[in-house]
Design a protein around this ligand. Structure first.
Ligand code: DNO
Length: 407
């Protein structure tokens, strides 16, 4: 697999040119300065391409070309936003940038309750704790229907947890949960969250899924014409929060949406960190079922923690080889998929992967970085994942998996 790295643009504290020292082969980035629904200007795309080229890199994956809330809810601005989406795809494609990641999560992107929980080794990790989350929902956000989402025992735990927090801790919990989009570094106020939640009143999962299929029905023909590979990122975490619908949480969700718009241009981002929180998730089965439609891979590991509701597990982001996902088996299945693609003569046989997230370790602890994206922790992850790939490659050294690139 091609070893890529997420870079947030010129404001990213990690100097791009230094990434060669970490063995990074390609870059995943986006123009976070533009709001969802806006067509990306050509000059801005060119400026990003030039910045990457100057550092000796190509733009391998767009993460994300965001889908606006108006598209997700089919609000009044939908048609204009879809037109803008197609324009951005076209402008990217003519510059050779053809793998485009997006998600269809309502309101918030990934959600955690602690962005820097101390770990026994001295570093920190991100955590989702269901009791903290319920304390936020019931007592900070004070969402009207929250009471229906938690049973008596969980409500009591959340009350006790909230009572034990001082104001600083309560404020911190709010900031952590509402950190919103990591790339945009956008922190929403409680009023903003309440307002956005209101726009999903009456949108049940079945309707949100149909809205996703409607969106794909419109953009996939353009993507096909351009040779663009769209790849939907899963829900993170893979269960409903704040009463919002979730429709990309497991293999069955992906199979439904990929079948509904049955084109290679309608593909998946396999994120083992997001999907792997669900105890029923089997990454190898996912690759076997949908492998030919996986266009991008996030390799990240999570470890479920004991919690009050097995359907909504608490978890922390473990080191890349130390969580619930069997990374060795997952990488094996992905490399097998690559071999099949090569045998079929597919030019897109090589999947871009990136070490998704990383614990903050060593000098990360003294350096500012976007939550989940420290330099040393991700380098550790990439090095370990590269080791797995090298191990499988040498096991299979008679199979020409690696032509043209180190995988
Ligand atoms: C978190 C990421 C997500 C991802 C988007 C894709 O670190 O995996 O924020 O970029 O959901 O649209």
């Amino acid at each position: 697999m091609k070893q890529t790295w997420r870079w947030f643009g010129p404001a990213d504290p990690i100097p791009l040119a230094d990434l060669h020292q970490a063995g990074v082969q390609g870059i995943v980035t986006a123009l976070h300065q533009f709001a969802p629904g806006v067509a990306w200007p050509e000059q801005a795309i060119d400026a990003r391409v030039a910045a990457l080229a100057q550092a000796g890199y190509t733009w391998d994956v767009v993460e994300s070309l965001p889908v606006s809330e108006a598209i997700k809810t089919q609000g009044p601005q939908m048609a204009g936003h879809i037109a803008a989406y197609k324009i951005s795809m076209e402008r990217l494609a003519v510059r050779g940038i053809k793998t485009i990641c997006y998600n269809f999560m309502p309101v918030l992107d990934w959600t955690r309750t602690d962005l820097a929980a101390p770990q026994p080794h001295g570093g920190t990790a991100m955590v989702f704790d269901l009791v903290d989350f319920a304390a936020f929902d019931l007592h900070i956000l004070q969402r009207a229907q929250a009471i229906d989402d938690y049973d008596d025992a969980l409500r009591d735990m959340a009350q006790a947890r909230f009572d034990a927090m001082d104001d600083v801790r309560r404020k911190k919990l709010q900031t952590n949960v509402t950190a919103g989009l990591p790339g945009a570094n956008d922190t929403w106020r409680i009023e903003d969250v309440t307002h956005h939640l209101g726009t999903y009143d009456g949108i049940a999962p079945v309707r949100l899924r149909q809205n996703l299929i409607d969106f794909l029905t419109q953009v996939v023909p353009t993507a096909e014409r351009l040779g663009v590979r769209l790849c939907c990122h899963p829900d993170d975490p893979p269960f409903p929060l704040l009463g919002l619908p979730r429709v990309m949480s497991n293999l069955s969700d992906y199979a439904t949406v990929l079948d509904a718009v049955d084109s290679p241009a309608n593909g998946a981002t396999l994120c083992t960190g997001s999907l792997g929180v669900d105890a029923g998730f089997d990454p190898v089965a996912f690759v076997h079922a949908l492998g030919d439609r996986i266009h991008f891979v996030h390799l990240r590991n999570t470890k479920r923690l004991e919690g009050p509701d097995p359907a909504r597990p608490s978890f922390f982001e473990a080191a890349h080889l130390e969580g619930d996902t069997d990374m060795v088996a997952t990488v094996h299945a992905l490399m097998e998929q690559q071999a099949q693609r090569k045998a079929q003569g597919r030019t897109d046989w090589e999947m871009p992967m990136r070490p998704d997230h990383g614990q903050a370790i060593l000098t990360d602890l003294q350096t500012h970085s976007t939550p989940g994206y420290p330099l040393i922790g991700r380098m550790r992850g990439l090095a370990e994942l590269r080791g797995i790939m090298a191990g499988w490659r040498s096991t299979w050294n008679n199979i020409p998996l690696t032509e043209g690139r180190g995988d």
